[in-house]
Design a protein around this ligand. Structure first.
Ligand code: GRF
Length: 206
């Protein structure tokens, strides 16, 4: 069975690359579209190198966010995306877009939510001096990093903190956790509990 997904990016696209390398073309999962919020997003070249269709939906070109998101949604639907993956997409999507793809948008965030939502999560965690950090994949609702949690992975942070090495640690975990979540969703192993939509039931994958 085919499971077309779309990926939204704003920058480097290393999470997109992890998806291209480890889920694209496997178990029926196909990345059919990559959209960027900035023409300069380096991830666009990664998608093109993999033969995936790309487009840019920048507020610089269409400052009316409602119109921008409507056009983005049309483009994703035309390509048949069943799941929209936010992989370093650095903008908020309008409530209308979230409703249009309700329950079909996931995001990866470099913190153990609900701690440190929003921008600069890694810096926030370091400034706070946390001993345990982590990564969350969650469904997207109309809040900021507030939707139901699909997967989390934690790790300990050493006392002597080299910022670059610490960032690398977060990315390594992201590059494992996001593909795992996408595979589980595509396999129908992820269900939101109807009686309590905060709770997400995930069938074991190993
Ligand atoms: C990741 O840390 C992601 O969690 C955050 O932005 C970063 C994007 O990195 N939202 P990349 O573009 O996937 O390399």
């Amino acid at each position: 069975m085919s499971f077309p997904i779309a990926v939204l990016i704003s920058g480097e696209g290393s999470n997109l690359q992890a998806l291209l390398d480890t889920v694209h073309g496997q178990d029926g999962i196909e990345i059919v579209a990559v959209a960027a919020s900035r023409a300069e997003a380096r991830g666009l070249a990664r998608a093109e190198a993999a033969g995936v269709e790309t487009a840019v939906f920048a507020l610089a070109d269409q400052p009316d966010r409602a119109l921008r998101d409507a056009a983005l949604g049309d483009w994703l639907e035309e390509r048949g995306a069943r799941l929209v993956v936010l992989a370093g997409f650095m903008e908020l999507l309008t409530p209308a877009f979230i409703r249009r793809f309700a329950g079909r948008i996931v995001n990866v965030h470099p913190a153990l939510l609900p701690a440190f939502p929003g921008l600069g999560a890694i810096e926030q965690a370091l400034e706070h001096g946390v001993k345990v950090a982590g990564v969350t994949v969650h469904f997207v609702d109309e809040g900021v990093d507030s939707g139901p949690i699909v997967l989390q992975e934690s790790f300990e942070l050493p006392y002597h903190r080299d910022i670059a090495a610490t960032r690398q640690r977060f990315h390594e975990v992201e590059h494992r956790l996001l593909p795992r979540a996408v595979r589980l969703i595509a396999a129908g192993r992820v269900q939101v509990d109807e009686s309590n939509p905060r709770l997400v039931r995930v069938e074991a994958d190993d």
